[in-house]
Design a protein around this ligand. Structure first.
Ligand code: ZN
Length: 193
């Protein structure tokens, strides 16, 4: 089953409720929420208070992607805000395993992401501790970028790792996904777009 999780980075921030309703009406499975801290990536977006507001006005599960340097400090805030998934980066400054365990301790699904320059092998140590892996197919930081073609091979490699070590784990792709390239992305093994 393929799940569609459109990013609210592409929404009108003055009309988030309207745009979430449009996502629901269009058949989206989740809403992807890109949280950036201006430190892990050179851009600022939104924090837990906005996620909380989104969860109040929409039934869509919130797929929260933390592009922040020290996610461990903020896990409880995003849990209380109503996140269904919380994904952190393998390149962050927090203790990755402890942060994934903290997410799961609240009954929330834990995800782990890598940037385009990080080897897929960096995921191996954490594969049992995650419910989802997120492969960045653009450099994180800004919406509207073009899909990096080498991401397809990285998806296939990650799919093989998941099938061998943790078959229940989902594989999400993030960045430059469109109706034009969705088929080849799914064929490479992604199940959340
Ligand atoms: Zn994202």
């Amino acid at each position: 089953m393929i799940r569609i999780s459109p990013s609210i980075l592409s929404a009108d921030f003055a009309n988030l409720q309207r745009d979430l309703d449009r996502l629901s009406a269009a058949g989206a499975d989740w809403a992807h929420v890109d949280v950036m801290d201006g430190h892990f990536v050179p851009n600022l977006t939104i924090g837990a208070p906005v996620v909380k507001a989104l969860s109040r006005v929409s039934e869509l599960p919130l797929d929260v992607h933390l592009m922040i340097s020290d996610p461990y400090r903020y896990i409880e805030d995003f849990v209380l805000a109503g996140a269904s998934f919380i994904t952190i980066h393998a390149e962050c400054d927090s203790d990755v395993l402890a942060t994934l365990e903290k997410i799961r301790s609240f009954g929330v699904k834990a995800g782990l992401s890598i940037k385009p320059g990080t080897p897929v092998d960096a995921l191996c140590d954490y594969i049992d501790a995650v419910d989802m892996i997120l492969i960045m197919s653009v450099e994180p930081g800004f919406g509207g970028q073009k899909f990096i073609p080498e991401s397809l091979e990285r998806l296939s490699h990650t799919r093989a790792l998941i099938d061998t070590s943790n078959p229940a784990c989902l594989l999400e792709v993030d960045g430059g996904v469109s109706p034009r390239n969705a088929r080849e992305i799914v064929e490479a093994g992604a199940d959340v777009l």
